[in-house]
Unconditional design. Structure first.
Length: 363
């Protein structure tokens, strides 16, 4: 089994390959863990029956082996709070732990069902929080429901100012390396040098490795200094402007979750503004033939889909919509994702009135 943490992922880009997609909510408590394992095994059994019914014996046997691998590793799969997205092929099992709860789903078909991943990654639902002080740092990973503190395991981690700079401290710190009292100027130099070490370490070992945005939790003065020198492209403008020096876990979690809600709301408002301001000739609303042709041509920059909307049908090779018992929205979403378009799945109450699916075109 392979755990994936980034989306899009090359492992899921094979649009002509058969995938079993399973999604479910996870609760990560001792009371619910057994229930989640039972639920997962029920979904795997349903997938097994569908594969047997839809595939020849040779292909079916290969899928059965992978489904059994998932069953054997069910504890690993369900030990999380939020959601699970499981993608099974003939020769591998891929899975994501998601930062949001997702609806139960079992799908067997060409190309994976990307809906759970889109819902998770469309906004900042997973993130890092860096608590930054002059003398030390702490790092948390969070999602829409909780945060957890990360224990720095590397010996070269810049946990404290002394860890990072040691004998290179200009002001000497607590030990007074140069035999005189610190000056404000020397402390400022130490702070800048320390923040550079922190920036490089967090970027290389966490931000780029996990492909997650970084929320800075620090006093305004430290925010300004760090942002001026930071080279981390994952550092976002959303911030928590106060000291985290004595913040306990519950305080950090409360402030991180509230900030995440604020960031997501702002991102959603910005997205809706783009759609409202798009000229009619570069926007397609509800027109299935036009949406199909635009998807085939790779012209869709952003796709907005009503979460409660379903539509059967097929996108033909010549780019027209044709009625069938296939899942039209899955095909549309897959083609947009393959062409590196951005997809948003939005609750019915938040959608513009009268619109179930809308596309912003590239040109």
């Amino acid at each position: 089994m392979i755990k994936l943490t980034a989306f899009p992922a090359k492992e899921l880009e094979k649009v002509d390959k058969l995938f079993v997609t399973i999604a479910m909510e996870l609760h990560a408590t001792s009371v619910s863990s057994d229930k989640d394992r039972i639920q997962l095994n029920n979904l795997l059994e349903e997938a097994k029956k569908r594969v047997e019914a839809e595939c020849d014996k040779e292909v079916s046997n290969k899928f059965q082996e992978q489904i059994e691998r998932a069953k054997v590793n069910d504890v690993e799969l369900v030990t999380y709070r939020g959601g699970l997205a499981l993608y099974i092929t003939e020769d591998e099992v891929y899975y994501y732990h998601l930062g949001i709860p997702v609806a139960n789903l079992v799908n067997v078909g060409k190309a994976p069902n990307l809906t759970p991943l889109i819902e998770n990654y469309q906004y900042t639902n997973q993130y890092h929080v860096l608590i930054l002080n002059r003398e030390d740092i702490r790092l948390f990973e969070g999602d829409a429901t909780s945060v957890k503190e990360i224990d720095f395991e590397d010996d070269d981690a810049p946990r404290t100012l002394n860890d990072a700079l040691g004998s290179e401290l200009t002001g000497g710190g607590e030990q007074g390396y140069h035999g005189h009292n610190d000056t404000s100027h020397e402390k400022d130099i130490d702070r800048e040098n320390y923040f550079r070490e922190v920036d490089n370490y967090i970027h290389e070992n966490y931000s780029s490795a996990r492909d997650l945005p970084l929320i800075l939790y620090a006093l305004s003065e430290n925010q300004a200094v760090f942002r001026e020198l930071s080279k981390n492209p994952y550092l976002i403008d959303g911030r928590i402007e106060e000291s985290g020096a004595n913040a306990n876990f519950n305080t950090v979690q409360e402030k991180a979750l509230n900030k995440n809600i604020e960031i997501v709301k702002k991102e959603q408002e910005t997205m809706f503004s783009r759609f409202r301001e798009t000229a009619p000739k570069f926007r397609v609303d509800n027109q299935l033939d036009d949406l199909s042709m635009s998807a085939i041509e790779g012209r869709i920059e952003e796709l907005l889909v009503n979460k409660g909307y379903s539509q059967s049908g097929t996108i033909t090779d010549n780019g027209s919509f044709e009625e069938s018992d296939k899942d039209f929205l899955k095909q549309l979403i897959t083609k947009v994702a393959t062409a590196k378009g951005k997809i948003y799945i939005v609750p019915d109450d938040d959608m513009p009135e009268g619109i179930n699916v809308s596309a912003r075109l590239r040109y």
